[in-house]
Design a protein. Structure first.
Length: 260
């Protein structure tokens, strides 16, 4: 299984070392978590959306892969608006729940911040092959090979989980089991998938151990993972986006450290 699909057009971003993508997304995310304000989140979101066209994702792929982020952001905003700290003029008073100008502004800032943090990570990882990511983590960041290979094996199991879930649903439908009671069907099917996952994981772990994947010696890698100029440029772009967001917020007077 691979994260890249034939519908994704090969692009410069897809050929960049995944470690650089992780670092760029991490820089933007950490910076945006330092303050909750509209200006920094808006600037970061606008700049990252401009760079989306370089990812090689088609419009359909972009909306499908980022749909969870677009769904989660409004829910985070609504929760903050309803239960956030009240300040400023009261816009709506429902007794237990009160909406004020401060909570509404905070909710909008939270929504933009979720989008600004989530979208770059989803888009960058959508153009990443799991094997390339494992090579980068082991060779560039020097993470333990046992940890990296275990993570790679887990990522490759995701596609099998989807196939298993579909096969279980079809088998149960063919037997006429749980055609009704959606919640009960979901629970029993999820438990069956968990059993399959545990069994497959145990067999995979035994097979990998038998093939020497858990050896204490330093292992070699089939493909060299390089961190060159394109990777450096991408990390610098992430730093510039974070710096632009902070600078705009400071100049607008909205920057406020969360830890302060």
């Amino acid at each position: 299984m691979t994260t890249l699909t034939p519908e994704i057009t090969p692009s410069l971003v897809a050929r960049i070392n995944p470690v650089a993508k992780l670092l760029a997304a991490l820089v933007i995310s950490v910076t945006l978590m330092l303050s909750v304000d509209l200006v920094s989140a808006s600037v970061a979101l606008a700049l990252t959306l401009v760079l989306v066209s370089w990812s090689g994702l088609s419009a359909r792929q972009f909306w499908l892969r980022t749909a969870p982020v677009w769904i989660a952001a409004p829910f985070a905003a609504i929760t903050t608006v309803l239960y956030g700290e009240d300040s400023g003029a009261v816009l709506w008073d429902g007794g237990i729940v009160t909406i004020t100008e401060g909570s509404a502004t905070l909710g909008l800032a939270i929504m933009l911040r979720v989008l600004a943090i989530g979208l770059p990570g989803v888009v960058l990882m959508a153009t990443t092959d799991p094997t390339d990511l494992a090579d980068g983590l082991a060779q560039v960041l020097r993470l333990p090979a046992r940890f990296v290979l275990g993570g790679l094996a887990g990522m490759r199991m995701i596609g099998l989980f989807v196939d298993d879930w579909r096969a279980l649903a079809q088998a149960r439908r063919a037997r006429g089991v749980a055609d009704k009671a959606l919640l009960r069907r979901f629970g029993s099917q999820a438990f069956a998938l968990l059993v399959l996952a545990v069994r497959r994981g145990s067999k995979l772990a035994t097979a990998m151990e038998a093939k020497g994947f858990g050896a204490s010696r330093r292992r070699s890698w089939a493909r060299e993972s390089r961190f060159g100029m394109p990777e450096t440029v991408l990390v610098l772009i992430g730093v510039l986006i974070a710096a632009a967001a902070v600078t705009a917020a400071v100049l607008a007077g909205t920057w406020s450290l969360v830890l302060a």
